[in-house]
Design a protein around this ligand. Structure first.
Ligand SMILES: [Fe+2]
Length: 285
């Protein structure tokens, strides 16, 4: 393989859009130091604390642990706290996402927690190679994973670089149709630091790195981001979303107030919008 598949971009390196070139070619890209350290620290503490509480609860039960159920409970708690939104809005994440999605960005509900825990028998939220587009992620959205802990080539994720460029790969029983020979060697992400952000395309073939050699705990959070001005797939509609930021054109539509552009709603009064949306419409006085 003649490219450094473990290339990590810091914000300064993105000014020439080398991150976008890497993404278009390979289908994924890793960023470092995008979040404000303190906001990321709060999120990490919240998530790992929740996990240790739930781990005790689930471990004490005799019945089989449902890893995905436990992970979903953590995700829901995180999603309903301000900690997750504060983290996404901190630092440079939105500036990077705007390069892909434009200025009107939302995050979908039902984020995922991905946990590999060698110390907790039978616990892992692993996924064999798959394409997110198979389950309804549209091609106009981005999957964004935040590594809450470090990860290496034994417990991170695998990618088939460039497989997104073949279009939607054929699926049979939730796996790549065995008749298809891609002729691409999967790579495993390595030397991932906590707080690293991985962005990947909904058509790339990817999965959890599953290895018997792994001895380390790994926790990451998976999110889906999109422009809320684009039409939604049926899955995206059913997930629902939270708006993170809105661009100037959307501001003007909101001031006018309705999709029929009914004139003069604000004539003679203040050209403003409801105060409850103030955190999103930051370009208004
Ligand atoms: Fe996936």
């Amino acid at each position: 393989m003649n490219f450094n598949y473990n290339k990590v971009f810091n914000f300064k390196e993105t000014l020439k859009n080398d991150d976008l070139k890497f993404f278009v070619k390979n289908g994924y890209v890793v960023y470092r130091d995008l979040y404000n350290k303190s906001e990321f620290g709060k999120a990490k503490q919240f998530l790992l604390n929740k996990y240790s509480i739930l781990k005790k609860k689930f471990n004490s039960k005799k019945n089989k642990i449902d890893s995905w159920k436990l992970a979903a409970e953590i995700s829901e708690n995180f999603e309903n706290s301000n900690i997750s939104i504060n983290m996404y809005k901190s630092g440079k994440l939105l500036e990077i996402l705007k390069k892909y999605l434009g200025p009107d960005i939302c995050v979908f509900n039902k984020k995922c927690s991905y946990i590999v825990d060698p110390a907790f028998k039978n616990y892992s939220t692993k996924l064999s190679p798959h394409v997110d587009g198979w389950v309804g992620n549209s091609v106009e959205m981005l999957q964004v994973n935040t590594f809450v802990t470090k990860a290496d080539k034994f417990n991170s994720m695998i990618f088939y670089p460039g497989s997104h460029l073949f279009g939607l790969l054929p699926v049979k029983n939730r796996e790549l149709d065995k008749k298809i020979k891609l002729n691409i060697k999967p790579i495993a992400l390595d030397k991932i630091q906590e707080g690293d952000v991985l962005i990947f395309h909904p058509l790339i073939l990817h999965g959890t790195k599953i290895s018997n050699k792994n001895k380390k705990f790994r926790f990451s959070i998976g999110d889906r981001f999109k422009s809320f001005e684009k039409s939604l797939s049926s899955q995206e509609s059913s997930l629902g979303y939270k708006v993170l930021c809105a661009g100037p054109i959307n501001h003007i539509k909101r001031i006018i107030g309705n999709d029929y552009l009914l004139p003069f709603r604000v004539l003679g009064g203040k050209a403003g919008i409801s105060a409850i949306n103030k955190d999103i419409y930051e370009y208004l006085d």
